[in-house]
Ligand binder design. Structure first.
Ligand SMILES: NC(=O)C1=CN([C@@H]2O[C@H](COP(=O)(O)OP(=O)(O)OC[C@H]3O[C@@H](n4cnc5c(N)ncnc54)[C@H](O)[C@@H]3O)[C@@H](O)[C@H]2O)C=CC1
Ligand SMILES: O=C(O)C1=N[C@H](C(=O)O)C[C@H](O)C1
Length: 268
């Protein structure tokens, strides 16, 4: 059994990771933690996860939680993820990171820690979305430059970062296929007298509201037709299942930076 420590144990993802790993055949949640000043520190994990058999309480540090674990699973906020990763590297523990909204510098630091410990780092852990990343690139290539590229993402009203980490990765795939520099071509939420649409542009639109789990669409807009490629997450558990799969997988790996296609066997 792979022993999992859950960062952000009281969060939307953290609670479901505790619950679903408690019922998993190859993983077991041995600890969960929150920031030291969190109101959840000391609360029973069983209460947060809604699983009576779960033992232990929410710890106040990554050190305490990781001492007894094999793998850190972290869906928190960028600052916490970077701190937790430093602890994991010091203790030689593998990591699964799902946090989004990280800066370029933070991503580089993750790559550097991955020289010491195995790390899965992916903005979306669902099977369908990881297939969509590939399809989005393929469609862009097949349709060619006459089709305008627009990306729309929608999430719940508590989401902190925008555009979503998934949208950022989709945009990277599209730009890569066209040979464009992503920093030069994105039009985020147009406003005012923006003029005619340049050919070298990727439009990016963001919706926030209610309890939308996560929806992403790429529009390929031509003259006389348009193709829409959409993924809708209907439950957070789709990401959680992927995260637990990644935790089991990474527990057997050498240091390195891995993505979900590695875990899912979707590599070319
Ligand atoms: N890669 C993927 O498949 C997915 C990624 N995400 C990402 O995961 C992250 C978390 O999402 P949610 O669970 O919805 O957010 P959330 O806000 O419900 O949970 C985050 C938790 O982290 C805790 N936290 C903050 N600082 C901490 C620290 N220093 N140590 C330990 N815990 C700390 C918070 O108190 C909170 O309980 C976001 O960046 C989101 O975009 C979310 C779903 C899927
Ligand atoms: O914050 C969320 O909820 C989600 N975040 C991820 C992202 O930013 O792409 C993945 C998923 O869409 C849910």
């Amino acid at each position: 059994m792979v022993k999992v420590a859950v960062a952000g144990a009281a969060g939307r993802m953290g609670r479901r990771i505790l619950a679903l790993s408690a019922a998993h055949e190859e993983a077991v949640p041995v600890s969960g933690f929150e920031a030291p000043n969190s109101e959840y520190v000391g609360r029973p994990l069983s209460e947060l996860a809604g699983v009576a058999s779960l033992e232990g309480v929410v710890a106040d540090s990554a050190e305490k939680a990781l001492e007894i674990a094999d793998v850190l699973v972290d869906f928190t906020v960028p600052e916490a993820t970077m701190q937790n990763l430093a602890v994991a590297a010091r203790l030689g523990k593998a990591c699964v990171i799902g946090t989004t909204g990280l800066s370029v510098e933070e991503r580089e630091k993750i790559a550097s820690y991955a020289k010491e410990i195995p790390v899965v780092f992916a903005p979306n852990m669902s099977v369908g979305m990881n297939l969509m990343f590939k399809l989005a690139g393929m469609i862009t290539k097949v349709l060619g430059p006459d089709y305008a590229l627009e990306v729309l993402e929608a999430h719940h009203d508590q989401k902190k970062d925008a555009p979503s980490g998934t949208a950022v990765k989709i945009i990277d795939e599209l730009a890569k296929q066209r040979g464009w520099d992503v920093d030069e071509v994105c039009a985020h939420g147009r406003k005012g007298l923006v003029g005619a649409r340049p050919k070298e542009e990727i439009g990016v639109s963001v919706i926030r509201g209610g309890d939308i789990v996560g929806e992403h669409t790429v529009y390929y807009i031509g003259q006389g037709e348009r193709l829409e490629l959409t993924h809708k997450a209907q439950s957070r558990d789709t990401f959680v299942q992927g995260a637990i799969r990644a935790a089991v997988w990474i527990s057997q790996k050498e240091p390195g930076l891995y993505d979900m296609p590695d875990v899912l066997g979707l590599t070319d």
